[in-house]
Ligand binder design. Structure first.
Ligand code: SAH
Length: 213
């Protein structure tokens, strides 16, 4: 698979589309301009890779819309060296955006097929999270907590308590909450006991699935 000047041109266009939709964080836009999104999806969809669309990946999952990825990254205001937990590695595109923004990333995926595929693919194109975890995002990653930021990229029927508990004071959890459609919800941890909650509009994600017994 190749990356060409044509792909670069399409990425610049995609970044302009995202800018027109309200993305103004330069490190998010630079990541979009840099990451070869066409390599993250099946080559039969390659011509669509730089439109603002979601696509099927393996195991009946989808790569999120570029706007959604950009929006979540912008809301979390990722800073260099932020310790970030991502739930739902999927294709790894969001992971690559976080890594381009210089975060230290721990990413969890519960579908074995996707976990295997993406944990081989991302390092091949130069993206190295601190850890790929095959596991259940509902329980988070206690052994590496607390995190500056936690991002959930699947629709959660409710807010899992372990994720709130694994935030630093001053940290943020961004999670789409709901069944059919989701409300993007931001939790800011003010103190050990207090969280501030903000709702940031409707989105549509594949469901965050409960652990199979
Ligand atoms: N950020 C990804 C989004 C993929 S879709 C991308 O842009 O490609 C959401 C992903 O969350 C899917 O890969 C799905 O398998 C995963 N997922 C669903 N429930 C999960 C859970 N409980 N724990 C971890 N991952 C989960």
């Amino acid at each position: 698979m190749r990356d060409t000047i044509k792909h670069q041109g399409l990425r610049n266009q995609l970044a302009s589309i995202l800018e027109a939709k309200g993305i103004d964080n330069t490190s998010v836009l630079n990541a979009v301009k840099k990451i070869p999104r066409h390599l993250f999806i099946d080559s039969s969809f390659e011509s669509h890779a730089y439109q603002d669309k979601a696509f099927p990946i393996a195991a009946d999952q989808t790569i999120s819309h570029p706007y959604t990825v950009a929006f979540q990254s912008q809301v979390l205001d990722i800073q260099p060296d932020d310790k970030v937990l991502e739930i739902g590695t999927g294709s790894g595109y969001q992971t690559a955006v976080l890594l381009e923004m210089k975060a230290e990333v721990y990413t969890i995926e519960r579908q074995r097929e996707l976990f295997k595929k993406t944990s081989l693919f991302l390092p091949k194109i130069g993206y190295k999270p601190k850890r790929f975890i095959f596991g259940d995002g509902y329980i988070g990653l206690q052994e590496k907590a607390p995190f500056d930021k936690i991002i959930v990229t699947a629709g959660a029927p409710y807010v899992p308590n372990p994720l709130l508990a694994q935030l630093k004071i001053g940290g943020m959890l961004l999670i789409p909450v709901g069944e059919k459609t989701q409300i993007m919800t931001l939790f800011y941890r003010k103190s050990a006991q207090e969280f501030e909650k903000k709702e940031l509009g409707d989105f549509k994600f594949v469901p965050m699935l409960q652990k199979k017994n």
